[in-house]
Ligand binder design. Structure first.
Ligand code: BGC
Length: 271
């Protein structure tokens, strides 16, 4: 007997992932493609890396294209959505994932460091979510999902945990929480689902210093009750589920993917 492969749960859907040429964004793009979505791999620099990710996906039988664009720039976001829609016809899943850190103590933080992080992480999230909602409404319902569209933000545990030495970054993540919840409330009647994933320490380039030596990794693991540093796949699987109809009743949620980092592990032995 020839067993038919199970239909992929994102088959027929089109996704765009910002900041998809490294780290968590790359993991999300690969996972959405593996689950049947056609994927736009957005990048700012290193087109060769984005092209390699697309080539891997296409070789594995998926469909991916790379589109350049800096999410902090309105014209870039407009052009990126126009190219994506021209290529795929429309979008069903938009992952606002692009994010940067420019770490500094408050008294040493320059306005450039502040503005760069606010621009990409928060203004970028606004511009991408706005473009997504406009496209979902323009196109209307189609029969690939119960939702008109899905917006998934990559936030952070630092939407909740204050982070000295990183106030610009933590501010953007707190801002994403209110952006996400406000637009989830506003867009739910239109059948647009908006949610956030809040990763903890995931092994990527953004936090290489925090895990790349045994000493640093041991110190970091003390902040993680589960005792291991996460990997992009830990986050990507949750993103695919949030993009699917299996989570159709999840709206305005922040899902912590952090090995328990938000459980105040210091209190396990103190307090
Ligand atoms: C940051 C990482 C950090 C992690 C846990 C993330 O949002 O980007 O640099 O390791 O939070 O603190």
């Amino acid at each position: 007997m020839n067993a038919q492969p199970a239909p992929k749960r994102l088959a027929g859907q089109n996704a765009l992932v910002t900041g998809a040429n490294s780290g968590i964004g790359e993991g999300i793009a690969r996972e959405l493609a593996a689950q049947g979505a056609r994927v736009v791999v957005n990048y700012v620099v290193q087109p060769d890396v984005a092209q390699k990710i697309c080539a891997d996906i296409n070789q594995a039988g998926g469909t991916a294209i790379a589109i350049q664009g800096d999410v902090s720039k309105e014209a870039d976001v407009t052009a990126m959505f126009a190219q994506a829609i021209e290529a795929f016809g429309t979008l069903d899943i938009v992952c606002s994932n692009a994010g940067i850190q420019r770490d500094s103590k408050l008294v040493e933080m320059t306005l450039d460091q502040w503005n760069a992080v606010i621009g990409v992480n928060l203004t970028g999230a606004f511009l991408v979510a706005r473009a997504a909602a406009r496209e979902f409404n323009r196109r209307g319902m189609r029969d690939v999902s119960r939702a008109l569209g899905k917006i998934i933000f990559t936030s952070s545990v630092h939407q909740e945990i204050p982070w000295g030495g990183h106030c610009n970054y933590a501010t953007t993540k707190g801002g994403i929480m209110q952006l996400m919840e406000s637009i989830a409330q506003e867009l739910a009647p239109q059948k647009i689902r908006v949610n956030s994933i809040c990763p903890g320490a995931i092994e990527t380039a953004i936090n290489r210093k925090a895990w790349s030596t045994p000493q640093a990794a041991a110190a970091l693991e003390k902040l993680i009750p589960c005792g291991r540093i996460g990997v992009p796949a830990d986050v990507a699987q949750v993103a695919a589920w949030l993009a699917s109809d299996e989570s159709d009743y999840i709206c305005g949620a922040s899902i912590y993917v952090d090995g328990g980092m938000t459980l105040y592990p210091g209190f396990a032995t103190g307090g």
